[in-house]
Every structure is written in C-alpha cells, then in structure tokens.
Design a protein around this ligand. Sequence first.
Ligand SMILES: *Cc1c(COP(=O)(O)O)cnc(C)c1O
Length: 458
Amino acid sequence: MDRWKTIVEPFRIHSVEPVRMTTVEERVAALEAAGYNLFNLHADDVLIDLLTDSGTGAMSRDQWAAIQHGDESYAGSPSWFAFLESVQALFPFRHVIPTHQGRAAEKILFSVIGGPGKSIPNNTHFDTTRANVEFSGAEAVDLVIPEGRDPAAIHPFKGNMDVEALDAFLRERAGSVPVVFVTITNNSGGGQPVSLENLRAVRAVCDGHGIPLFLDGCRFAENAWFIKLREPGQGDRSIPDIVREIASLADGMTMSAKKDGLANIGGWLAMNDDALAERCRNLLILTEGFVTYGGLAGRDLEAIAQGLREVVDEDYLRYRIRSTAYLGDALDAAGVPLVKPFGGHAIYLDARALLPHIPPLEYPGQALAVALYREGGIRGCEIGTVMFGQHPDGTESAAAMDLVRLAIPRRTYTQSHIDYVVEVVSYVASRASDLRGMRIVQAPPALRHFTATFEPLG
Ligand SMILES: *Cc1c(COP(=O)(O)O)cnc(C)c1O
C-alpha cells in the first residue's frame, strides 16, 4: 500500500449527512450571538467540526446492523454478552462493568479507592480523570517524561511515564497510592503514545511497591498502532496481540467507547480484583444501572461490540494515523507552527507562536479559533489560557501553552474536507498579524471555557 501517496479512505460512503454552507456574514452574526464562544454555536452553522473526536465518529454499516440486534432485557441481555465477549477478546480482565461513558467509570472507581490523603499518579491525567480524582479528595499527580512537557521535543513515545520519578514518588508515598494510572494515548499531552517497554517498566515499579496498575485505555488501538510502527521488534505483530500484551501488564482499566470504541456513547470499568469489583458494582447499581447494562441501552452495547472488532483493523488504523499526519504535514509545509510529533487523534496549532503580538491574557488561542470559524466555518477548540488560566482564588495567569486543537472525528471527513481545512488555516496564518486579541465579558467561577463570553479587542 505504501507505494502510493494518496490516502484511500478504507470505506465507501453509504449514508450521507449534509453539512451546511454559510457565508462569512452569517458566521460573523453567529459569532456575535454566541458571545465569541464556539461551544455556544448551533452545530448546523459549523461546516467542519473539529471540536472533539469524542463520540463524533461515523458508525459502520455493520454497527448499524448490530444496533438492530439490540436486546433491551433488563438483566442478562444477549447484547451484554456480545459486549463482554468483545471487550474480553482484547482486555481479558475478570470483571467488566459497563458505564454510559468514561467519566462514569472514573467516578465509580475513585469513589471507591480515592479520598482525602490519597495520591493517584498518571503520565498525564485527562481533565475528567483529574476532576474525579480531586472530587474524591485525592491528589492527581502527573509524571510524564520531560519531553512530554515540551511542545517542540521530538520523541517516538512522548506519552511515556517518567519511571524514575514514579519510583521516587512511590518510595515516599506508596502507603497513600491506591493505584497507578497510565493513559494511552496521552490525550492531554497531545495524543502521544506510550511504549510497551515503558509499560513493562511501570509494571515492574508497581510490583516493587505492591500497587495495582490501571490503564486509561480510551485510544488503545491508536497507541497499539504507534507501537507496531515505532517500537523495535513490534512491526510483525497483529494489533489485537499488542493490545492483549498491554492488557496483560495492567490490573484494570477505565474506557470511553466514544474514542476507540467507534461508538457515539459508552464506556467501561474493568479489573481482576474480586473485592474491588463488588464495591464498584454496588455503586454502579446506585448511579448507572444494573450490572449487565450500566448506563447503556442494549443497542449501544451491540454498537460497541462491533466497533471494537473494527478499530483494531490495520487498514483502518493506517488510514486513521496517516490522515491525522496528513493534516499536520500540510500545515507544517505551509509554515504554521504546530506541536510535534503529531499525535493520533488531533493536530495542535501553536497560537502563541503564530500570534506573538497577542499576549496570553488577550487569549491568542481564542482569537485564532474564532478566526478559523469566521473565515471557513471550521470549529476547533482553544486549549490554553481560556481553558487553564483561571484559578480558584479568582486570579488569572498565562497557561503553559496557547494552542488550538483540531481533533479529527473517526471515519467522518474525507481528504478533500481536510484539504479545505489546510487552505483555510494557511490563509488565516498568512494574515496572522491582522488578528486582534479578545476580552472576557463574563465568565463562571470554574471551567470558564464552556460558557464564558468574549469581545474582540481593538
Ligand atoms: C474522553 C476521555 C475520558 C473521559 O471519557 P468520556 O467518555 O468523555 O466521559 C477519559 N480519559 C481520556 C484520556 C479521554 O480522552
């Protein structure tokens, strides 16, 4: 396949969804009405929606067919057994607990094992993971390798855990650490993979301190593909085989099926520990539903069962990772500053580097995201000072970086959609000096990026 440059999407289109063309004037009006917050837009006014890759992918013919097999029996539905078999074919943990999405699995787990005085290390906690750890009263500690914190550093496995830092941390605090987490791929670090070698080393450190290791497995298939491509000695292995080795190194996992489940909703919590599973199931019944459906309808369980078979397909993964890199390579060639190397699910524009005349407290990421929507109807997501600059005491400071994330929904857009994105982003970047910063008109006390309203400056 590598003989040809063009990426052939490994599917034909069978059912289409219209996207609506809008004019610049209409988008200017939509921005004003939305208070310049892209979360407030009506999605019909967005042409290419790169806000997130979570739950936004296209399901296959076989997933829609599986939905027709959905059995809505309250207990013991055949759809539950199809789901269980599919999950355990990749992650053979003794206990699998279905949930309505990833954060529900996190909430249940950390309600049981978190709490004041506890610490949970991770390469980098995803925001819902951190929020659920902290809500329980525990501390969330990020121990990614130093390269993982530097947007310009090139490393094949930039999501790796800093094993020495983990060992030092556990030497001091082992008594208060109920679990060590590794997030694959490391979403908050830019979708960067973790190597098998690193997972084995983390496992050894955990064993040395008698602490269980859990995976945040949301993008396990993308991570396995990077292992096959980049890790010495792994090139000839099948993806399910690599995934099963990853699972064999862990004692449990949390999962959002909205990512590598190729579904629009769903998730699970899995583990080998019988006593822990019983405590989690008791909470599940209280907050999600009975143990054979969690928060899901039987048809959702069927869609996930089929999605898990499709996501480990090599033609799919080759297309997935190459098409993300295709966007990155084209923007790089156009001179747009980016976070590198490119991760699996998104390309991150470095707004601070592109807009040096806009100080962080005038939100260069927000200014860039707004300009991409105004010029081309493209919706990205500011990941910078709007999202991370607000502190609980009411003060504000610059975030570590000001980025705009262009997340790629799975199997949803074609290469020509992406060519259009390249054209619009390149156009906006070529006129970067014309962009002005933004001012916040009003904001809630926390998580302001979802609901704050803005005004353009000057
Ligand atoms: C999306 C995500 C979650 C949370 O999952 P939801 O289904 O959105 O609740 C947790 N961890 C990572 C790494 C994620 O990407």
